[in-house]
Design a protein around this ligand. Structure first.
Ligand code: GLN
Length: 541
């Protein structure tokens, strides 16, 4: 297609309806017809990015190749579309204002009063067109975070209204995702909240073209008709989105509801080819018909909120499907683990993943968990802080460096086996200053990591300040902890493994960020396989 088409996804009635999944599913259905699609999210909060937000506030912070700290919905976009996103795919109000204020200081608006309309709205639109005019995409799907009617989303909604007049009706479409609640006492699905949220959009000058209606029960015909009538949309533009067993069902459910067909018709695109969803269906088939089951413990600090580990949980779903194995994730708060209870808390698990994290809370429990799995030969996978804990544990219990620590855990430790890099020591501001984004890593020949990836050089994404302290490298390797992956330019240790353990791997990077439905991550795939083998071994004993 010569010009990109712009699709906006707004939300009404309540948050958490799954705009990200609907956007990703639509993207998938368009991509499966051969179109090039990208998905972008606008977040209406003032933080420049979610990098400084507590996971309890915001869930996982997803990191892109170019080192942007972004909303977790970008993870869904990548997992569904199997294409990389970048900073351009996630823009917050804070970033918009920051850009406008920087331009103002540079004198770019000299003589003018800088205002929400047109300056903020122009900056919002510039970020939409940046993707649309790159020539890389047929469709730019832009998800507007929050709910219609929120004070903070107003400038975004106004910008959406303006886009219609910039690009013309045929290249512009709005999908409104809404909730149709069921009132048990009245035994009725209620359309009024949706009517109100559409009215709010209309007040802002936007008529949604398609309604996607989240509901717990099927939408009967009369409800669809009522929604069409009162919300001023065509009857067949009322799309039902029922609760699903897995988010990965959504592209199939949306296909049945003909969401992409409606979009194509409304945008006057006559491509009537059938979407090719063979690989997707193959994945779903395996996901839903497992022949094995394993219990994997996820030891973390934020386990009360599973969204904090979204990409890890999804990577296990992908890896489970490849192995035709149901992965039963057991969420274990790291603070609850100590030397005495390791056996009872961890003993029945087939594999343990020690999760990423920040701050000293929970580190001692993570170190105890590593000791237990190392000594008992249980498959172990440590990610970022999890890998750092594995290094500390090895130093303390194998090298007998009793005070070994990370300087994150103990600033004054005499044995900083994990330490800040020199350049990090000078940094005082917090936002966007970690080692972020894609870095290369080369493997030692014959290492487990090299065999698992089937390559000698890879690129993975990072988000951390602390590193393996290379002063201890020789001692560690002599005692049996192999630094199997290192950064070829800086020599920083990226992967550690124990060659004499069935499966013990720690990565300084975050492999979970690159696992997708079509490309499950090899480390997760092989870790699940190791857990299956371990469970069989136990069954025999
Ligand atoms: N807190 C550790 C660091 O900054 C680990 C970070 C992480 O697990 N993402 O190095």
């Amino acid at each position: 297609m010569a010009k990109a088409k712009y699709i906006f996804v707004t939300g009404g009635v309540t948050s958490s309806l799954g705009k990200g999944i609907i956007s990703a599913s639509l993207g998938k259905l368009l991509q499966a017809r051969g179109f090039k699609v990208t998905i972008q999210k606008f977040d209406p909060y003032i933080n420049i990015d979610p990098g400084t937000l507590n996971p309890y506030e915001h869930g996982e912070c997803y990191v892109t190749d170019d080192g942007a700290e972004t909303d977790l919905d970008l993870g869904h976009y990548e997992r569904f579309l199997n294409t990389a996103t970048s900073q351009a795919n996630n823009i917050t109000t804070g970033r918009i204002y920051n850009n406008v204020i920087t331009k103002e200081r540079e004198g770019q608006y000299l003589g003018k009063t800088v205002q929400v309309v047109p300056h903020i709205t122009d900056e919002i639109k510039r970020n939409v067109y940046l993707l649309g005019e790159s020539g890389d995409y047929d469709f730019v799907i832009t998800e507007i975070g929050g709910c219609v009617g929120d004070i903070e989303s107003l400038p975004f909604i106004e910008a959406v209204r303006q886009v219609k007049w910039d690009v013309g009706q045929n290249d512009f479409l709005v999908i409104h995702l809404t909730l149709i609640p069921y009132l048990k006492a009245a035994k009725e699905l209620k359309t009024k909240p949706t009517q109100h949220s559409v009215k709010q959009l209309l007040e802002a000058g936007i008529q949604p073209d398609i309604l996607v209606c989240r509901a717990e029960t099927k939408l009967p015909d009369d409800i669809r008709k009522k929604l069409a009538l009162f919300c001023n949309v065509q009857y067949n533009s009322v799309i039902e989105a029922l609760d699903a067993d897995t988010i990965y069902d959504l592209p199939i459910l949306m296909r049945k509801e003909k969401l992409a067909e409606r979009v194509l018709t409304k945008l006057k695109i006559s491509n009537k080819t059938e979407p090719n969803l063979d690989q997707w269906k193959d994945f779903l088939g395996k996901l839903k018909n497992p022949t094995e089951e394993v219990k994997i413990g996820l030891v973390g600090k934020y386990v009360e909120l599973p969204d904090a580990y979204k990409s890890i949980a999804e990577a296990f779903i992908h890896a489970g499907a490849v192995n035709e194995c149901k992965v039963d994730l057991k969420w274990i708060p790291s603070e609850s683990i100590n030397e005495e209870n390791c056996q009872s808390v961890l003993g029945k698990l087939d594999g343990i993943l020690v999760a990423p994290g920040f701050g000293e809370r929970g580190i001692p429990g993570k170190i105890e968990a590593v000791r237990y799995v190392r000594e008992n030969k249980i498959p172990f996978f440590g990610i970022c802080l999890g890998m750092q804990c594995a290094v500390i544990e090895f130093a303390r219990n194998v090298l007998k460096i009793k005070d070994a620590a990370s300087t994150e855990l103990d600033e004054n430790t005499k044995s900083p086996v994990i330490d800040l890099m020199e350049e990090q020591k000078k940094i005082t501001i917090k936002g966007g200053t970690m080692r972020l984004g894609a870095y290369p890593c080369t493997f030692k020949r014959g290492s487990k990591a090299a065999t698992i990836y089937g390559k000698s050089k890879i690129i993975e994404r990072h988000r951390h300040r602390y590193e393996f302290n290379n002063k201890y490298l020789t001692k560690m390797e002599k005692a049996g902890l192999m630094a199997s992956g290192t950064n070829p330019e800086t020599g920083l240790v990226e992967v550690v493994e124990l060659p004499d353990h069935p499966w013990f791997i720690g990565t300084q990077y975050h492999p979970e960020l690159k696992s997708t439905v079509l490309n499950p991550h090899p480390l997760f795939v092989k870790f699940v396989r190791a857990a299956i083998q371990n469970s069989k071994l136990h069954a025999k004993n």
